[in-house]
Ligand binder design. Sequence first.
Ligand code: ATP
Length: 297
Amino acid sequence: TTFIGASFGGIAEMYAQIQKAVGATERVFELLDEQPEAISSTMDSANIEKLKGTVTFKNVAFSYPSRKEIEVLKDVNFDVAFGQKIAIVGPSGAGKSTIASLLLRFYDIEGGPILIDGKNIYEYDLETLRGNMSIVPQDVILFGGTIKENIAYGKPNATNDEIFAAAKQANALNFIESFPEQFETIVGERGIKLSGGQRQRIAIARALLKNPSILILDEATSSLDSESEKLVQEALEILMQGRTSIIIAHRLSTIRTADQILVLDNGIVSEKGTHQELIALENGKYKNLSNLQFTDF
Ligand code: ATP
């Protein structure tokens, strides 16, 4: 998967627009080469239809336009009820991030459909679709501006009180208030450099403010220092409450508490169930994976 830095000029501009639409994502995804639709969209989440947030993938198949010969997803099926937490696990390259990209409509799918609240995602306008979703990526890149602007990005008309409350809930208030300029502190390339955990908490505050029905969480593979990790986890727990969460999961504790785990392998969902159910499968893929791969044993 591709990541971008903050200083590519035109790309940074596109990225800013995507962030505005989506909440926060570091992935250029496909935007660079294939989907002008995805970058022409900006939104103001205040005026869009609020979705409930049930998600269904039905026989979803997909190949990247630049690599048509490889079927990244062959036949992916799952249902996530409103408010559920689903963890997607699987080996590197299995297609976990691709599932998130498709839900955000960064690419057109081949098989399908993908439904939200029972309706094909292609029947929503992009503003509605993305206005109801936030992403908290592994590595959050903030744009060059103040902390306040970075938090308010998904809701440009937010009041100071709302921004403050979101920062507080996201466990970001302490470090923000430790800076002389507080919420007016400039971050990004020319400003104060925040730690990975601090940037994640800014992204969580942004998502809280946007108040999406669907949350896409790309968990960090490498852990933060344990204090920061704890603050981020607490904030994420609050963020996930009352929303549908789709988590590209690397932490066993997340996976254990998920309502449903999808094991993605070779373009299909090879196992589906709770931790208890999957761990009971003799020679199961999940069982093997959990012995090898998850970070917080
Ligand atoms: P990881 O755990 O390493 O992040 P993943 O399960 O999220 O992996 P994806 O990033 O969804 O996997 O990638 C699935 C497959 O699609 C891989 O073979 C990858 O090389 C390919 N792929 C990903 N993004 C693109 C792209 N923009 N263009 C072409 N191929 C891509």
